[in-house]
Design a protein around this ligand. Structure first.
Ligand code: PA5
Length: 429
């Protein structure tokens, strides 16, 4: 991954004091990353270096991957599914359901008849129970949507195949009710280290098991994350993109730009955007503070949001994220309807996108709106591992700068408990 900020941002004299403020925390993260004791709130930084975990996931995936496995249904929401979906869609593509690639990951997050019907129809067409797996992921083990979806799918698959216990895997906290219930019913469980919160858990079993089952190279994913840990705890600022990005974002926030727009120039990165939005919003939106993370997809959103970005209030700091990986399709030299758009004959779709990207950068310069650039290069497992870890460490630095605990989510818990109370009163009636 390459991180680039223009000269005006990179030479801001306010940056150096911020680097100094964060230096002892940076060193603390660096020494934490070399252990696997999972004792601190920042323990997610230890996951990429945990060789025992990696081996366990590889062995589990190999054992669960029957030769006829076609669908792996992931039941989980928020931090329990977004990281997996981000990596999966970035690699399998935004049209992954149409692509000839098995096994496919299917995601059930919110409670909706529409999604559940689609998943149960797909499973109804399967002949053997070995053709599917369900991975139920919940850190707390009591998230209403996740448990309700699990129960519905359990019921459907039991009616069809009889005993489906070995087709359901549970990933949860060892202290959770879900863990105990699954154990009691002799079902397979994998744990999430207690100190690793949902949105920081993508490199635990939460992300690694489903991604390994989907055939994604989790060794490369982890290697990318390890590299981001080394860079993100380095005293060499030209390597430490997490720290630099945190300080730039903080300075923009202080100068009134409370919105951060991450502008991904590829539809296959939109799930990565959803993961990032949750990480930033849930970690930093508290105590009356926060950064409003928004996600845009290029070039689609140029036709919906660009006017506001370059002509509206100057309240947004933009991160342009791109991955130009090589051309497949080209506009023919012999146009079907010549004369409509100049100079596209013979040009690849990728080449057109690169021209659009250059136009976007020029518009940011011309409108004097601040931005940085992130080149995801091949957007392969290694690069994605780097990006995910880079953002998680960045958020930890931002938490320090904003004096916030990035690891809790008290406001989210408010809705969860009210929902449970309402369900209880509805049930009584
Ligand atoms: O990041 C988080 O902690 C949250 O987004 C949770 O992942 C989300 O609320 C789901 O909770 P749980 O994993 O406990 O089911």
């Amino acid at each position: 991954m390459k991180f680039h900020s223009n000269k005006a941002l990179a030479t801001d004299p306010s940056l150096a004091p911020l680097f100094d403020t964060l230096s002892s925390y940076r060193d603390q993260l660096g020494s934490l990353a070399h252990q696997t004791d999972y004792l601190q709130p920042e323990s997610s930084i230890q996951l990429p270096g945990d060789a025992t975990l990696l081996k366990k996931i590889q062995e589990t995936a190999e054992r669960l991957h029957s030769p006829t496995l076609q669908y792996v249904v992931i039941i989980g929401i928020g931090g329990s599914n977004l990281g997996t979906q981000a990596v999966y869609e970035a690699i399998a593509g935004s049209m992954h359901l149409l692509v000839d690639r098995l096994p496919k990951l299917l995601f059930l997050d919110t409670v909706t008849d529409e999604k559940m019907t689609a998943v149960t129809r797909v499973i109804e067409h399967l002949t053997h129970k070995e053709d599917f797996l369900v991975i139920v992921i919940s850190k707390s083990g009591t998230t209403t949507e996740t448990i309700a979806n699990m129960e519905v799918l359990w019921n459907c698959t039991t009616k069809q195949f009889g005993d489906v216990r070995e087709r359901f895997i549970f990933i949860t906290d060892e202290a959770s009710k879900l863990w105990n219930a699954a154990k009691e019913h002799k079902m397979e469980t994998l744990s999430i280290p207690t100190q690793v919160g949902g949105r920081f858990s993508v490199f635990s079993a939460v992300g690694l098991l489903p991604l390994a089952l989907a055939g994604i190279n989790i060794v490369e994913l982890i290697e990318g994350a390890q590299r981001a840990v080394a860079d993100g705890t380095s005293a060499k600022m030209s390597n430490n993109h997490s720290l630099v990005s945190a300080c730039l974002t903080y300075l923009q926030l202080k100068s009134g730009r409370s919105i951060r727009n991450t502008f991904f120039f590829s539809p296959k990165l939109s799930a990565l955007g959803a993961w990032e939005r949750q990480l930033v919003a849930e970690s930093l939106g508290k105590d009356g503070k926060g950064i409003m993370p928004i996600i845009s997809i290029g070039s689609t959103d140029l036709h919906s949001m660009a006017q506001l970005y370059w002509g509206g209030s100057d309240i947004t700091f933009t991160n342009l994220v791109f991955s130009f990986t090589g051309a497949v399709h080209r506009v023919s030299q012999h146009l079907a309807l010549p004369g409509l758009v100049q100079h596209i004959s013979g040009t690849s779709l990728e080449g057109i996108m690169q021209a659009i990207y250059a136009g976007v950068k020029a518009a940011y310069e011309k409108s004097a709106r601040p931005y940085v650039e992130i080149d995801l290069e091949q957007a392969d497992a290694r690069e994605l591992g780097y990006y995910l870890q880079f953002r998680m460490i960045e958020v930890m630095y931002l938490g320090r700068l904003l004096d916030l605990n990035v690891f809790d989510q008290p406001a989210v818990e408010m809705y969860k408990s009210v929902t449970r109370d309402l369900l209880e009163s509805m049930h009584v009636r």
